[in-house]
Design a binder for this molecule. Structure first.
Ligand code: ADP
Ligand code: MG
Length: 760
């Protein structure tokens, strides 16, 4: 069987295109060709419409209905010029994937004639048949409608023959049913709060945008293996599998050369991304075998989120053409590194300034310091919410399990900035700083981030790290929609900046000069937030102990983490900043609990099915062959007077001896018939034990599942799955993997780690 598997793989390999041509001479020739971006709009829209859309993108102004008609008709003309026949509102429901419902432009088919129609109404709003999307009870049946509404800040694009219009997705009563709606609100909140703070330093700042540069990690496996592993196909991860002899221990995959076949895939993926205006830039191997990463140049956060959602979709489509399947699961292979999605986040102004970037003048450095310290404060005050927003069934295998990043939220800022903060704290405390000292301090700050930027030896174990000109939220799951993390980061920052302004204004009202007031407040924040800063190894046991001593949370499971979403202060945070109502938050909380529960439930069922119908039968087949062997051995050695002469000559040749009775076999010197078969008997026994352990645990797991299923409350049910069903997974897997280790390779039905993980 093993050889057949490889023959099949070779066949697949020979079909795979290894050479992918660029569709034009250079990337810039076709970059964004399928996007209705500003440049294209300028060509196709009337002056008035163009200005209106541009203002909507840049200032968030509303677009007039008559202008929308104008935009729709130009969009349609542009799309049709590119062979497009359909349009769809493209949105990101809480299922975690993207959704679309295609409608034809062609309408009014009368007298054998059709007319392509697409007007402002169709552009601006649609009512998809949305009753199957999760709504967390927001949409009871009488108001079962959901609406999509055009988001002009993210440009329309073409996939295949379809014009896709990015939209938000809300209920009839206006509640958010998607990822984008709260994100847009959070981006609005951070814009306002950050502009207000910038006014202390630079009156020209009138707009602040959050920026996001994601780094997407993923695994590739051959589609033949994917299809032969129902666990991977249905749950995204290998629920069984003995670790291969060679894993990542040699670290030869990381930054190694990319296999040709994979390169062809990546190349085509990049081309598709370029056409859609996704500025992908870096590609390299990751730590684990068959693991890769793709990262773009950062963009405005809403656009970057859309691009990441789009990317996850395209990755899958392109992979199929190359006989690959993409695994976005956070931990597809136990014992091998998992995948994350780093969210590099910063704030940038209309004046072209990165607020978390190094400055050139003392004034901009104080602005940097303010945003920097406020970020630390925001994370310090909302650490549990940061933990909650990255909680998922998949990420649970990484956070707080045997893999990093840890479930303990901390912030890494580097030794230089640590020193600066300590100095500031000391000096401000000791009384007024002299103007020279302040200038010195500000100048010094300016030099620091560039040191960090060049520093290749950054701390890689921190869940939230400052990397010179941005913070990197590293604990986001690889399959997650970045919008959730970005909504939280921007909301807590907006909230914090509002408080900061209030604090500083308070001091100034008391007659304290602005610079001094800012220094004093920053001093207070630095003193109050020290416990969140951590420079050491976030993966170590020591940190777990140390964090506990500091009073930091270490929330291990998803159901536990999700509880945070319903804490009073969290509900208030989202309400006060106009991001989500309590009802919307509650809906999200329920949806996530349910998603978690369902994922564990599916895994549990799959484990049972595979154990009973594949693993145990394979083991029994081998066991039967061992038993046949034992019977035959016994026959041969005890009941063989007539065969003796023949056996004697044969075995004598083999063993170089004349007497079969005293033949020395490796397992039993001068063995009797019983001894001769003892090693087989041992294996038979061992197999029986593992089989019964697998079986017993499967049945116990099913019982636990039944109990969990009888619970009504979403929190209780998810917790029961987490605490009473999931623990059987490892138990069952342990014995199943032992079976894989002993059973004849030819008889093992499932592709193994070593086959799946090394693409040649
Ligand atoms: P790594 O984390 O692998 O060391 P980098 O530190 O170079 O890689 O991070 C690169 C990512 O950071 C890219 O996705 C890039 O677009 C993003 N990035 C750089 N500057 C910013 C910024 N100002 N805002 C948001 N993301 C940024
Ligand atoms: Mg990174």
């Amino acid at each position: 069987m093993a050889i057949q598997r490889f023959r099949a793989l070779e066949e697949v390999l020979s079909r795979t295109p290894v050479h992918v041509e660029l569709p034009a001479k250079t990337v810039s020739d076709f970059f964004g060709e399928n996007v209705f971006n500003k440049e294209t709009m300028k060509k196709w829209l009337s002056d008035e419409a163009y200005k209106s859309v541009k203002a909507a993108i840049e200032q968030g102004t509303k677009i007039d209905r008559s202008i929308a008609d104008d935009v729709a008709s130009s969009m349609k003309a542009w799309a049709m010029s590119k062979g497009v026949s359909h349009y769809t509102h493209w949105f990101q429901p809480l299922t975690g994937t993207t959704a679309e419902k295609h409608d034809a432009f062609a309408q009014n088919i009368e007298d054998g004639k059709a007319l392509e129609r697409f007007d402002g109404d169709q552009l601006v709003q649609q009512e998809p048949d949305a009753s199957s999307f999760p709504s967390g009870g927001i949409r009871s049946t009488f108001e079962a409608r959901g609406y999509t509404a055009w988001d002009p800040t993210s440009p329309a694009f073409i996939i295949g023959q379809t014009l896709c219009i990015p939209t938000i997705f809300v209920s009839y009563t206006g509640e958010a049913l998607d990822y984008k709606t709260p994100l847009l609100k959070a981006l609005h909140a951070i814009d306002k709060a950050a502009v207000d703070v910038c006014q202390y330093f630079d009156k020209n700042v009138t707009k602040v945008s959050a920026t996001l540069g994601w780094e997407q990690e993923y695994f590739l496996i051959d589609s033949a293996f994917y299809n032969a592993r129902p666990d991977i196909a249905f749950t995204g991860r290998a629920l069984f599998g003995h670790a291969g002899a060679k894993g990542q221990q040699l670290e030869d995959h990381y930054f190694g050369s990319i296999p040709e076949r994979v390169l062809a895939y990546i190349r085509e993926l990049e081309i598709e991304c370029y056409k859609l205006g996704i500025p992908v830039k870096t590609r390299h191997n990751e730590v684990a075998p068959n693991q890769f990463e793709l990262a773009p140049v950062f963009e405005e956060a809403n656009l970057a989120v859309d691009h990441n959602s789009l990317l996850m979709d395209i990755m899958e489509k392109v992979a199929r053409r190359h006989n690959f399947r993409v695994l976005l699961h956070e931990k597809p292979f136990a014992g091998v590194n998992g995948s994350g999605k780093h969210n590099n986040w910063s704030l940038s102004t209309n004046t072209g300034k990165n607020l978390l970037g190094p400055g050139k003048t003392p004034k901009t450095n104080l602005m940097f310091l303010s945003f920097f310290v406020n970020t630390i404060k925001a994370v310090h005050d909302n650490a549990d919410l940061m933990r909650a927003v990255i909680a998922s069934a998949g990420n649970e295998h990484r956070l707080g399990a045997n893999e990093a990043p840890p479930a303990i939220v901390s912030v890494f800022i580097g030794s230089q900035l640590t020193k600066i903060l300590a100095e500031l704290e000391k000096k401000v405390k000791s009384g007024k700083m002299t103007p020279e000292e302040k200038t010195d301090l500000k100048l010094n700050i300016g030099k620091i981030p560039s040191i960090l930027l060049d520093n290749t030896d950054r701390n890689r174990t921190s869940p939230f790290a400052f990397t010179g000109n941005k913070f990197e939220f590293r604990a986001v799951g690889s399959s997650a929609n970045c919008a959730a993390a970005m909504t939280v980061v921007n909301t807590i920052m907006a909230d914090q900046l509002v408080k900061f302004k209030k604090d500083v204004d308070g001091k100034m009202e008391k007659g304290i000069e602005k610079d001094e007031a800012i220094f004093q407040i920053l001093h207070d924040y630095i003193s109050a937030t020290k416990k969140i800063l951590f420079e050491g190894n976030g993966y170590s046991e020591d940190w777990v102990k140390e964090a506990k001593k500091r009073g930091l949370s270490n929330i291990k499971t998803t159901p536990e983490a999700l509880k945070v979403l319903m804490r009073k202060e969290v509900v208030k945070l989202f309400e006060q900043n106009n991001i989500m109502s309590e009802r919307e938050q509650h809906a999200r909380y329920e949806i996530q609990l349910e998603t978690y529960m369902k994922k564990i439930q599916i895994e549990s069922r799959m484990i049972g099915e595979m154990a009973i119908a594949s693993i145990i039968p394979s083991a029994m087949k081998y066991q039967t062959s061992l038993m046949e062997n034992v019977v035959l051995m016994k026959e041969v050695t005890t009941y063989t007077p007539s065969l003796k002469g023949e056996m004697k000559s044969q075995k004598a040749v083999l063993a170089g001896m004349d007497d079969i009775e005293s033949q020395q076999l490796p397992s039993g010197r001068g063995a009797s018939a019983g001894d001769l078969v003892s090693s087989q008997m041992e294996t038979i026994q061992e197999i029986s034990e593992h089989i019964s352990a697998v079986k017993n645990n499967v049945y116990k797991m099913i019982e636990a599942r039944k109990k969990a299923n009888s619970l009504e409350d979403a929190q209780e049910k998810a917790t029961a799955y987490c605490e009473h069903v999931k623990p059987y997974f490892d138990e069952i897997r342990y014995h199943a993997d032992k079976l894989e280790f002993v059973v004849d390779d030819e008889l093992w039905a499932l592709p193994k780690y070593r086959e799946m993980l090394f693409t040649r």
